[in-house]
Design a protein around this ligand. Structure first.
Ligand code: BGN
Length: 358
């Protein structure tokens, strides 16, 4: 069939207008006036992502995820890992990845859980957390970080090495540091990063659902990649129990950040009861690091840029990416300047004394 030149021109115009509108929709995709005027089917699927083979959903996830349940009491249920894998495995991709099918989250989030000798806690946590994170429509990967039994526990190094290893695997933009024994009681407390660091575990049952001290920012907190890089991550020097969270609070404060939190009624956490781990007492060095050296000076001398560890293995299990590492005190101290090395001259000194730090 032959078309007349005018029909041809008209056809070309129609095709050009169609392609043009697709481009406009794509470019202005983030603008709500375009989003709101789209029909439901387009909003859900995203025509362009459909044409591109569904590589990314069309619309940004809503500010308020629609399926949240709000506050819920906690019942600690410890199911065997095989049962958890059967129940939660189909919801996740191998390695503990999830991405919402119906919207595009703002961040790629790494959930980082340091864990040693706490497998029962991890099982209870996963049973809760996976559902919460899915309801919150996050693009997330769960990383479990374990140090070998021989090394003294050092949460700061584990968090740093998790960030470094996660970044080798994908372009994460948000990192949530999650203690293995803390269960969120309210899914309105979103595991998201923001312009300011977010402290999520602001109301823990152990502390009568309030902050134990005003600057407390530990337990569960979310830091964007930018925030983490600005302060050179966590300190590598807090061996044993406590202090690394106080230190990163100071680091962040000194570059102009303050933690923000939800009101207490939305930030409730349940701590699984347990005895203090053996061989994980406070060290006198941690107290000295906080009292005698300035976190803001130290942060340029040690942190993500000086983290030393041996990577033993990285394994993708159905529910999480499992990183195992070995930490050696002499190697950790090797890049440290003399004023830090001198604190550790006589080896680690454990103590049960409560420091006066606030
Ligand atoms: C503080 C710990 C924090 C811990 C909170 C809540 C120290 C600092 C001295 C070395 N700080 O006392 O790390 O999160 O208690 O348990 O121990």
């Amino acid at each position: 069939m032959r078309y007349r030149p005018t029909t041809k021109r008209a056809l070309r115009v129609v095709v050009a207008v169609f392609i043009g509108s697709l481009l406009i929709i794509e470019v202005f995709d983030g603008f709500s006036f375009v989003r709101e005027t789209l029909p439901d089917s387009l909003r859900r699927e995203g025509l362009l992502s459909f044409l591109r083979g569904k590589e990314r959903p069309f619309c940004p996830c809503p500010h308020k995820p629609p399926s949240l349940l709000g506050f819920r009491d906690i019942v600690e249920v410890d199911k065997p890992m095989s049962q958890l894998e059967q129940e939660l495995g189909p919801l996740l991709r191998h390695g503990g990845h999830y991405s919402p099918p119906d919207c595009r989250p703002h961040d790629k989030t790494a959930i980082i859980i340091p864990c040693r000798n706490r497998w029962p806690h991890l099982r209870v946590l996963l049973n809760y957390l996976v559902h919460v994170l899915i309801r919150q429509q996050l693009d997330f990967t769960i990383f479990v970080i374990e140090s070998d039994q021989g090394s003294t526990f050092n949460k700061g190094i584990l968090l740093n090495l998790a960030v470094l290893e996660a970044m080798k695997r994908d372009r994460y933009t948000c990192f949530v540091m999650q203690d293995v024994d803390l269960l969120t009681m309210d899914d309105r407390n979103l595991y998201r990063c923001d312009q300011q660091p977010r402290h999520l575990a602001a109301a823990i049952n152990k502390f009568k659902y309030t902050l134990p001290y005003p600057r407390y920012s530990g337990g569960v907190y979310a830091l964007s990649l930018e925030q983490l890089l600005k302060v050179n991550g966590h300190s590598n020097l807090f061996f044993g129990w406590g202090g690394e969270d106080d230190d990163i609070y100071h680091r962040l404060y000194h570059v102009g950040y303050t933690f923000t939190r939800n009101p207490e009624e939305m930030a409730k956490y349940w701590m699984i009861k347990h005895k203090r781990d053996k061989g994980n007492e406070r060290t006198r060095q941690s107290t000295m690091l906080l009292q005698k050296t300035m976190s803001e000076k130290r942060m340029f001398d040690e942190g993500l840029n000086t983290t030393r560890y041996h990577l033993d293995s990285v394994e993708e299990t159905p529910l999480f990416t499992w990183i195992k590492a070995t930490i050696n005190l002499t190697e950790v101290l090797q890049p440290a300047p003399p004023y830090i090395k001198s604190l550790f001259e006589n080896g680690l000194q454990f103590t049960n004394k409560k420091p006066r730090t606030r």
